[in-house]
Design a protein around this ligand. Structure first.
Ligand SMILES: O=C(O)CCC(=O)C(=O)O
Ligand SMILES: [Fe+2]
Length: 343
């Protein structure tokens, strides 16, 4: 369970994107093929006011927070259930631009002004994400908008998640981690935090290493969808938060922005600039759509309920998609199982 500090963890400077696109894309590609994770500085995206909202919201009484639970539009509160997945609570803002302004599925505390702030922050993150996607496309010899075209404002949309790993009086059952090891589902994830705790597999997949906290830095990682799309040239790296990394008596706040491809995207490998990966592309040609992958991971991870019937969706997992995903060997190890602790 050990983890160590890492000296050569990649830290990239986004100001280079404007004045030296090629060199920045090269740095980005190198970090993403070796680590699947890096820290990005100089983006100008400031999460301070989102953290203020996050602290205030999580301090509300649980009845108020949990009045709107995570739904199929990926909007709502998640955290009043005990799982083998996480000891945390999350407030998730899915859907496309404008969706948070008009949804009825938020506690009244999220007034118009707060919703506007969420939308504005999501828009800043979106813009940053498509800039990064354009770098990947060009570096892979594809046209600049290649990935962007699959990241239009269509279903399912990108999700912003406010997260608190609360301080606890005692540690829950040994089955409950702070955050179980997993890969992310989508294209790219941004994580904002000023606190330690996040650990990832090192480039040789031998050990866990700590992700450093860097001032003004966003933690960026590659998700399964972009990894599959690039014939796994870009790595979707396993990550977690342990009780050792984040002690029981400390709360940790983070904000994650999950970039999702559009549902209709087919995750077959695209030609990659890296010849070492072309050998495996045949077996990755399974015509899996992002819709199927997203729906599977949603059901496996959360006890999402159907808004109309109130039925828990994790009881309804599609076995052929599950078999396909096992074959692709993404979301690997223990993560491809439902995390609900059944009574
Ligand atoms: O809270 C963090 O630092 C990481 C969160 C994460 O990996 C996730 O929610 O997928
Ligand atoms: Fe993650």
């Amino acid at each position: 369970m050990s983890s160590s500090l890492t000296a050569d963890f990649p830290v990239l400077d986004f100001t280079k994107f404007k004045h030296d696109f090629q060199a920045f894309s090269e740095d980005l590609f190198a970090a993403s093929t070796k680590w699947g994770f890096f820290i990005l500085r100089g983006t100008g995206v400031n999460p301070d006011s989102m953290f203020d909202l996050s602290r205030q919201f999580f301090d509300l009484p649980v009845e108020e927070k949990a009045s709107k639970l995570l739904n199929e539009q990926t909007i709502g509160y998640d955290g009043n259930t005990v799982t083998t997945w996480a000891a945390s609570e999350g407030m998730i803002f899915g859907t496309n631009p404008g969706g948070i302004l008009k949804t009825e599925h938020l506690p009244a505390w999220w007034d118009q002004q707060k919703r506007e702030r969420v939308e504005e922050f999501k828009a800043q993150c979106y813009n940053l994400s498509v800039d990064l996607l354009s770098c990947f496309a060009v570096r892979l010899g594809l046209d600049k908008d290649y990935f962007r075209r699959y990241h239009e404002h269509r279903e399912p949309g990108n999700s912003l998640k406010l997260i608190r790993y609360p301080a606890m009086e005692e540690r829950p059952s040994h089955k409950v981690p702070r955050l179980a090891e997993h890969t992310d589902w989508g294209s790219i994830t941004f994580v904002f935090t000023s606190q330690n705790g996040l650990e990832i597999r090192d480039p040789d997949d031998k050990d866990w290493v700590r992700v450093p906290v860097v001032d003004d830095g966003i933690v960026v990682n590659i998700g399964d969808a972009l990894s599959l799309w690039t014939g796994k040239a870009l790595k979707s790296t396993m990550h977690r938060i342990t009780w050792e990394g984040l002690p029981r008596d400390k709360s940790r706040y983070s904000i994650a922005y999950f970039v999702n491809p559009n549902y209709d995207a087919v995750l077959n490998p695209q030609p990659s600039g890296d010849p070492s990966t072309s050998a495996m592309t045949d077996e990755l040609n399974t015509d899996l759509t992002y819709r199927d992958y997203y729906q599977l991971r949603l059901r496996l991870t959360y006890a999402v309920k159907d808004t109309k019937t109130g039925q828990r969706l994790d009881e309804n997992i599609d076995s052929s998609t599950l078999a396909l995903v096992n074959k692709l060997n993404v979301a690997n190890r223990g993560t491809i199982e439902s995390h609900m602790i059944k009574a």
